[in-house]
Write a protein that binds this ligand. Structure first.
Ligand code: HEC
Ligand code: HEC
Length: 416
């Protein structure tokens, strides 16, 4: 990933608009309004934390928790615009990518014994990076191919390497507000229908023994945005938080140079590198970002979307906890999407063919825009065409639509 990229097309304009919109008439998303520090200061600070460039320790100043292993210096380096997804620009000279991560694990999600959960492509000081991804243009509709190079010795035989592309983050905070009971009831209803679509909720064990619904991440790995952010700090930036307190991030016991590197833990921040209030502010800020479909009536084409069977999984609105509705076009359930989308890196009890129904938000094309968990689809039509397993019938229904209807459905998606 290119170092020191400063392009930030949204910057102050979007943040100011988001803050103003959120504060005007208490129009902030309910989750944010209820949260701690729901103030202009909290929001601005969340926006700043998201964009903050972290530096390697030890350094003068307080934001020095980067590394030892990392992929990016800020959240915004991968999420470089709220409505923009990770980008793959494919040209004659090669492929320029932003917002990529290389996940590691076996089919049950066990990390690699040497490299951990992610193959970090950058490192601080004298520590060596773990690997790199080599991208190259290819003929054919996908347009690129990739290989990962592991630089510290071989990966374990059971370990797969999986490419993940950063999604657009607008509107996603709403996933936290979906009523857990409604998700469980929907899973039961899908199973009872016997039409080949039967999603499963992902139940995560909380620290206190309670179970929590997995909502965030392509395999519903995280229960809330604080966990999503803390794991991003740990895996993508090597920054320790109260939720993931390991100062050396994703370094494993086999990586002695990495474990011996200085860290940025700070007594003023509770002995970690990024403290709970800073993460809370990021969550607050993310909660103010809405996708077009959440601001205004959905574009025409919703009938075709439902008739093709898309709404069985991409449920347009779900009940919110405590009343109201949430528009994210997802049932939050894990569905078997067939062998074509199997990436080999699963999760405990989930397997590697099952994916959380991706929320359909901010799908509009932009330069370098790609779709699906690994960015293999260059267009919305290609993303639909790759649906297999439980979604194979819907993909066939889409392919069988008359041309003009297909165009209407694609325009509907691009307007969400
Ligand atoms: C190295 C690139 C990278 C960095 C840095 C990064 N992310 Fe991400 N982010 C990703 C990728 C890749 C995904 C998709 C992963 C998945 O779904 O499993 C993602 C997903 C997300 C999502 C959406 C989750 C969902 O359920 O759809 C949110 C929100 C998010 N990141 C927030 C953050 C925050 C906050 C930070 C900084 C603390 C951050 N990210 C830093 C690459 C990055
Ligand atoms: C069985 C459940 C299911 C059905 C039915 C289904 N999808 Fe999906 N959809 C998913 C899952 C799961 C993913 C994530 C797959 C991945 O990333 O590998 C997804 C991904 C997508 C994406 C990519 C979104 C992004 O941001 O990358 C689009 C677009 C999409 N679906 C549209 C549709 C349309 C249109 C239909 C109907 C023709 C449909 N889906 C039917 C489950 C479903």
């Amino acid at each position: 990933m290119p170092r020191g990229v400063t392009e930030m097309p949204w910057g102050r304009r979007v943040a100011a608009a988001a803050v103003a919109a959120a504060l005007a008439a208490g129009a902030m998303a309910p989750a944010a309004a209820a949260g701690e520090g729901a103030s202009r200061a909290g929001l601005v600070s969340g926006w700043r934390e998201f964009r903050r460039t972290w530096t390697p320790p030890p350094a003068f100043g307080t934001w020095d928790g980067l590394g030892p292993l990392y992929d990016a210096e800020s959240c915004a380096e991968c999420h470089f615009g709220p409505a923009l997804a990770g980008r793959l620009l494919i040209g004659e000279g090669g492929v320029v990518a932003r917002g990529l991560a290389l996940r590691l694990g076996d089919a049950e999600g066990r990390p690699d014994p040497l490299y951990g959960r992610q193959l970090q492509t950058r490192a601080v000081g004298a520590v060596t990076a773990e690997g790199r991804v080599v991208l190259a243009p290819t003929a054919g509709p996908v347009g690129f191919g990739w290989t990962a190079e592991a630089l510290r010795g071989p990966l374990a035989p059971a370990t797969s390497v999986a490419l993940r592309l950063a999604p657009a983050i607008v509107g996603r905070a709403a996933l936290a507000r979906i009523d857990e009971e409604a998700v469980a009831a929907l899973a039961a209803a899908q199973a009872a229908r016997g039409d080949g679509i039967a999603g499963r909720p992902r139940w995560l064990a909380g620290a206190d023994g309670t179970r929590r619904l997995g909502r965030f991440g392509a395999r519903a790995d995280q229960p809330d945005l604080a966990h999503q952010s803390a794991w991003a700090f740990a895996l993508d930036m090597g920054v320790a938080s109260p939720i993931v307190p390991a100062a050396a991030g994703d370094c494993t016991p086999a990586e002695a140079d990495c474990l011996a590197a200085p860290d940025g833990r700070d007594a003023n921040r509770g002995g970690v590198e990024v403290a709970a209030p800073e993460i809370a502010h990021i969550v607050l800020w993310l909660s103010t970002l809405e996708a077009p479909a959440q601001r205004r009536a959905p574009p025409p084409g919703a009938g075709l979307f439902a008739a093709a069977g898309c709404a069985a999984c991409h449920v347009p609105t779900m009940p919110a906890t405590g009343g109201g509705e949430v528009t994210v076009y997802s049932d939050l359930l894990l569905h078997d999407m067939g062998p074509g989308l199997d990436d080999g890196v699963g999760a405990p009890g989930v397997g590697s063919r099952a994916w959380r129904t991706t929320p359909l938000l901010a799908l509009a094309p932009h330069p370098g825009r790609r779709y699906l968990h690994d960015g293999r689809a260059a267009t919305l039509a290609a993303a639909i065409g790759a649906h297999g397993g439980e979604a194979a019938a819907a993909a066939r229904a889409f392919a069988a639509l008359p041309g003009p209807d297909r165009e209407t459905l694609l325009a509907f998606l691009a307007g969400l």
